[in-house]
Design a binder for this molecule. Sequence first.
Ligand SMILES: C[S@@+](CC[C@H](N)C(=O)[O-])C[C@H]1O[C@@H](n2cnc3c(N)ncnc32)[C@H](O)[C@@H]1O
Length: 246
Amino acid sequence: MTADSDAPDKEKGASSQAAARLPFYGRRQGHKLRPARQDLIDTYLPTIRVDPRGSLVDLFPDRLKELWFEVGFGGGEHLAQQARAHPDIGFIGCEPFKNGVASLLSALKSHDVRNVRVYDDDARHLFAMLPEASLDRFFVLFPDPWPKTRHHKRRFINPENLNHIARLLKDGGALRVASDHMDYVRWALFHVLSHPDFEWTARRPGDWRTPPADWIATRYEEKALAGDRPAYLCFRRRRRSLGDGA
Ligand SMILES: C[S@@+](CC[C@H](N)C(=O)[O-])C[C@H]1O[C@@H](n2cnc3c(N)ncnc32)[C@H](O)[C@@H]1O
């Protein structure tokens, strides 16, 4: 789902200040949505949509055991299944691709899943609204690889986003990154392991080739399995030392 263009997206979000500062280069829409899917976007999405100017308390008024966050959920297979498997955990999923959002909404609606909130835009817009140490898990699954060197700066795993993720994760919180693009895997390992707040949880050689026990395959991953074997990178947020401010 990459767009091979240097021109940032010019649609709705791009008019806001945040979006102008953080250009999004991916696709926002594929084929025209069927009326039932469009109706989910028009009537259901507003009831569970995250307002970046709002607060976490308004988003999840009920007490939840944990809060998990997924960037770029694609068709939402992983998000919907994790949310069904963990009704006592709150989930925030972000995806600017409208057709993917509609797929997720359809799955949530048909299984009456109530613990998911959706942001139909760039995940980075939510970083400022989330308090320090508010997340238990952060998923970046099969991010756009941006293979050309001149596009590497668009990769989601980068020092700036890692600083945000480190601020948002609780001590011991998990960052999961999966990719079938080996250059991205090396890139992610280099950047995460260069960051002082993360450690890799792999114990044995080959650990990164085996998905964690509670792994749920995404649609992109199923396609990827026909080619290069994906890598599953699990990191832990290190404990904050006294004086870190959390
Ligand atoms: C290659 S697809 C993978 C989708 C899904 N995770 C899967 O495994 O099937 C990457 C997705 O990330 C989304 N994405 C890219 N940058 C994003 C951002 N800054 N915030 C939210 N989503 C983003 C894209 O729209 C795209 O749908």
